[in-house]
Design a protein around this ligand. Structure first.
Ligand code: THU
Length: 133
């Protein structure tokens, strides 16, 4: 997919926020930027912790920021990393993305122009969701 202007904005934001990643253990910077249904953009970077399991991926940081601001749905998310191939959301993050927007599009990219893309549902077939009452 050739990124349109909406994607280009998310791509730039994801690459930019990766600079804020707190990664003293892995030294692996990841940045994520998503657009909500209402058109707002939220970003997140991976934030590690001395207690390793408390570390947080960039995608989850972006979702937490979105949901904390009261937004509940997103249409697209760009994920930047320096690796080749580009980092693909971990299983846990796929579930976190699935909770809010199974139909949203994911665009994982790096500086080499390599891209991995698909819908959240494609990345996480048969994801779990409780019926909302
Ligand atoms: N990480 C992310 O933030 N997102 C991904 O899609 C893959 C992995 C982070 C977690 C950890 O801080 C570092 O990358 C190495 O695993």
């Amino acid at each position: 997919m050739t990124p349109n202007l909406e994607w280009l904005e998310l791509i730039e934001q994801a690459r930019g926020v990766a600079r804020n990643a707190y990664v003293p253990f892995s030294h692996f910077h990841v940045g994520a930027a998503l657009r909500t249904v209402s058109g707002k953009v939220y970003v997140g970077a991976n934030i590690e912790n001395s207690s390793y399991p408390m570390s947080r991926c960039a995608e989850q940081s972006a979702i937490q920021s979105m949901a904390s601001s009261g937004e509940r749905g997103f249409t697209q998310i760009a994920v930047y990393s320096e690796s080749s191939p580009p980092a693909s959301p971990c299983g846990g993050c796929r579930q976190v993305l699935f909770e809010f927007s199974p139909e949203a599009h994911i665009y994982c990219f790096n500086d080499k122009g390599e891209v991995l893309e698909g819908t959240v549902k494609e990345f996480l077939p048969h994801g779990f969701r409780l019926e909302q009452g």
